[in-house]
Design a protein around this ligand. Structure first.
Ligand code: ATP
Ligand code: MG
Length: 431
């Protein structure tokens, strides 16, 4: 992709109203554009990141036999009345359609998925089953803030599983709980599994919390066994001896909740009179689990964790492009055409081998400005072609998270980049 053709631009000024690092950097680098508080357009660079996060969570949910569906976001009032949540959910966006019929924009989908699955699942033989969707959710958050961390419209992956017994639900729940760790590590995040209130349904739910000073949540974690609990339900405090391993000590950490999984028990199935026929012909209860993950909040969290003073530092797995190719300008026309030719060849060679390249091909833009933009955008590998590098028949290589540059011969660069791309990620937190 040629940067000169890319829709969306970096801007020199940080947005004056940005209240968080992710909002400032993502807007300034041309990844997202704010329409209103908590409501954003994803520009091409930002959409590529969001799509990669969604692909990762999709792949991992398929591993635990989740089947993807897409439910409507516009939901009639009746099922919300069945679960008594029309008035109970304070963030519910309500609207009136033709003939004054009332609707809500889905903040979560138990009211749709439970009667949906009920239509197809009649017998114990049809269970277990697990369905998920990746969809925009709507919540009338009183304080939409912190860029992508707390939106009014935001992306969610929500999965719902259905079982004939609590034991089967628990086994499946543990499988998903484990699989979630791969989702986060593939996104470049180290998520802490944290006990949290289970609502009315069970003693605990599990949250996935990413430690960062900008986090809204406070969690307590043991420095030895790594057991963690959300402050909202905690019976421990900073400095306590860990109640789980009785050896370590408890530390308070600021964190962002990026995922949350629940055992819903039979609460929603009961509301809709959803039973299945058991082997002996009797009517059996249906046990449910739900598994939430926020792709847009994850995108914001990655920026909160992986950035420095000059911009973002994307993990390879979710970077908008793998390589930021920079061709420098030169006064002499023949030198310039050699630079452009070499950059074009490199772009084509890398692209043909599956490497995603953003090529800053802009004419009349100073080297310093191109480098500053590359730092801001945060693509993990920068390659520079200039008169100086071509003299050595080479390209300048710089990893975004490292200071040093080095020259790599043009005839070796293809292999080096593919090897770098295949190597495991080695990013530490910079935020
Ligand atoms: P919070 O306590 O932060 O308001 P929640 O517990 O209400 O979140 P869940 O209902 O558990 O959120 O939603 C599942 C996931 O969706 C969350 O773990 C988070 O990643 C994401 N999410 C929830 N609310 C928002 C929001 N307003 N903006 C962006 N992502 C969100
Ligand atoms: Mg939650």
């Amino acid at each position: 992709m040629r940067y000169s053709k890319l829709f969306g631009r970096t801007s020199k000024e940080a947005p004056h109203d940005a209240d968080s690092v992710n909002a400032r950097l993502l807007v300034q680098a041309g990844f997202i554009n704010q329409l209103a508080a908590g409501i954003y357009t994803y520009l091409p660079l930002g959409l590529r990141v969001l799509s990669k996060i969604k692909t990762i969570v999709r792949e991992e949910m398929n591993v635990v036999d989740g089947q993807e569906v897409l439910m409507p976001a516009l939901i009639p009032k009746a099922p919300w009345e069945a679960t008594k949540r029309w008035h109970a959910i304070d963030v519910l966006f309500k609207l009136k359609g033709a003939g004054d019929k009332e609707f809500a924009l889905g903040p979560t989908h138990e009211e749709v998925v439970t009667p949906l699955v009920q239509q197809y699942v009649k017998s114990y033989k049809d269970l277990p089953v697990s369905v998920y969707q990746i969809q925009d959710k709507f919540r009338n958050e009183a304080r939409a803030k912190s860029g992508l961390l707390r939106g009014r419209e935001f992306a969610m992956k929500d999965m719902y599983s259905f079982h004939t017994s609590l034991q089967d639900l628990e086994q499946y729940y543990d499988r998903v709980k484990q699989q979630y760790l791969s989702v986060f590590s593939r996104c470049g995040l180290n998520a802490i599994v944290t006990e949290a209130s289970g609502g009315v349904f069970s003693k605990y739910s599990h949250e996935y919390q990413v430690a960062t000073p900008s986090g809204e949540d406070l969690i307590y974690q043991c420095d030895q066994c790594h057991w963690a609990v959300n402050r909202e339900i905690a019976e421990v405090k900073d400095g306590d001896v860990c109640p789980t391993c009785t050896k370590g000590s408890i530390h308070e950490i600021k964190a962002i909740e990026v995922g949350n999984i629940f055992k819903l028990s039979t609460r929603f199935a009961d509301d809709f009179g959803f039973h299945v026929t058991l082997e002996d012909g009797s009517a059996g209860q249906v046990w449910m689990g739900c598994y939430g993950f926020g792709p847009s909040r994850v995108m914001g969290s990655i920026v909160e964790v992986h950035h420095d003073d000059v911009g973002m530092i994307w993990p390879k797995s979710v970077a908008p492009y793998h390589v930021h190719l920079v061709s420098l300008s030169h006064k002499d026309e023949s030198v310039q055409s050699r630079i452009d030719e070499a950059a074009q060849e490199l772009h084509d060679e890398l692209t043909a081998s599956g490497v995603e390249v953003l090529w800053d091909d802009r004419e009349d833009v100073r080297a310093g400005e191109k480098f500053a933009d590359a730092d801001l955008i945060g693509i993990p590998l920068r390659l520079v072609v200039s008169e100086k590098t071509l003299k050595e028949e080479a390209v300048e290589w710089k990893a975004r998270h490292e200071k040093d540059t080095r020259l790599v011969r043009i005839d070796e660069i293809g292999d080096e980049v593919t090897a770098w791309l295949a190597a495991p990620e080695r990013l530490t937190s910079h935020g």
